[in-house]
Design a protein around this ligand. Structure first.
Ligand code: SF4
Length: 312
């Protein structure tokens, strides 16, 4: 059963500085709901399976970061989404309150778990809900082979000690080096500089931290890659906008991001040839620095530490 929490809360990121047409106003509050899930680990297929993961863990449905390009609402019924999730993406989130309890029973040493493909586990409401500390304690008690946390928010620093105990890895999303571009495509997310500082703090805290430059929104690819090389010591992952010209079915870039590209003359970033050229420029820098770099499923397989073709 889904029930609303007794209060609403405003995102700490909603500054109101950008109110791009096609996106909701930045100063709207979002709603938090709670539900009890039947299961918490989902066997993966497609992109994540190709990358070497066996399961995904999604602590909440819907994500109040509400990024313009988010592929999740385009998945419709997949992943346990409800129609209200894709119709009102980013306007509310529904936490699975029994996630840690379910996880405790479901964890196995052979699992390679990605948390999460369907929400950011450190979306702003996690500050009050505190589901991730419970999940990380469960992981620490019964560790899987690999546990990757995918996030874009410095709130993760709250749990640094627990992440270390759990032996988890962090994959931190940074999509551009241009703050004015960040504000257009992902206005509710943390500023770029705060995110780099969080990556540095995680590394300083002894956490294996990767940067995922994904999806690449308009940026200076060399500047972005140089910063990634300086700030981290792990392999670097990138991915362009998913476009139908390349990916005929399944999850793809959400309509508001396409509209933004159109409106701001940024359509190159949706062009497969331009995307490949950009990735190759980045690969060249990584290679010169002697650092592993990849994109697509092969890139995300770097997060598992297992090279494609060697999976069991
Ligand atoms: S943080 Fe991730 S899951 Fe959340 S809206 Fe943005 S792209 Fe989607």
């Amino acid at each position: 059963m889904t029930r609303p929490r007794t209060h609403t809360t405003a995102s700490h990121r909603k500054t109101g500085r950008v109110n791009t047409a096609g996106l909701r106003p930045c100063n709207l509050p979002f709603r938090i709901f709670e539900t009890e899930a039947r299961t918490i680990l989902s066997p993966v297929s497609g992109f994540l399976a190709e990358a070497g993961f066996t399961h995904s863990l999604t602590p909440a449905r819907n994500c109040t970061f509400g990024c313009s390009y988010c592929y999740v609402p385009t998945m419709r019924v997949q992943g346990g989404l409800q129609p209200e999730d894709w119709r009102h993406w980013g306007e509310f989130t529904t936490f699975k309150t029994n996630a840690a309890e379910l996880l405790q029973r479901a964890l196995r040493p052979s699992q390679r778990i990605y948390c999460s493909p369907l929400t950011d586990p450190y979306q702003p409401a996690e500050a009050q809900t505190e589901l991730m500390p419970q999940i990380l304690r469960a992981v620490a008690r019964n560790p899987p082979q690999v546990f990757v946390i995918q996030t874009r928010d410095p709130l993760i620093l709250r749990d640094i000690a627990l992440i270390k105990q759990a032996g988890a890895r962090v994959s931190f999303s940074i999509t551009t080096d241009r703050e004015e571009i960040r504000r257009i495509f992902e206005p509710h997310c943390a500023p770029i500089e705060e995110r780099w500082q969080a990556v540095a703090a995680l590394r300083g805290g002894g956490i294996p931290v990767y940067v995922t430059l994904a999806p690449l929104v308009p940026c200076d690819p060399e500047a972005l890659m140089r910063r990634a090389l300086e700030t981290t010591s792990e392999p670097i992952v990138a991915d362009p906008f998913h476009v139908r010209a390349v990916k005929r079915s399944g999850a793809t870039t959400r309509e508001p991001a396409l509209a933004i590209c159109q409106r701001h003359g940024l359509l190159d970033w949706l062009d497969p040839a331009f995307q490949t050229a950009t990735l190759l420029r980045m690969a060249h820098l990584a290679q010169a620095a002697g650092r592993p770099f990849g994109y697509g499923p092969a890139g995300f397989s770097l997060l598992t530490g297992i090279r494609p073709g060697t999976l069991r």
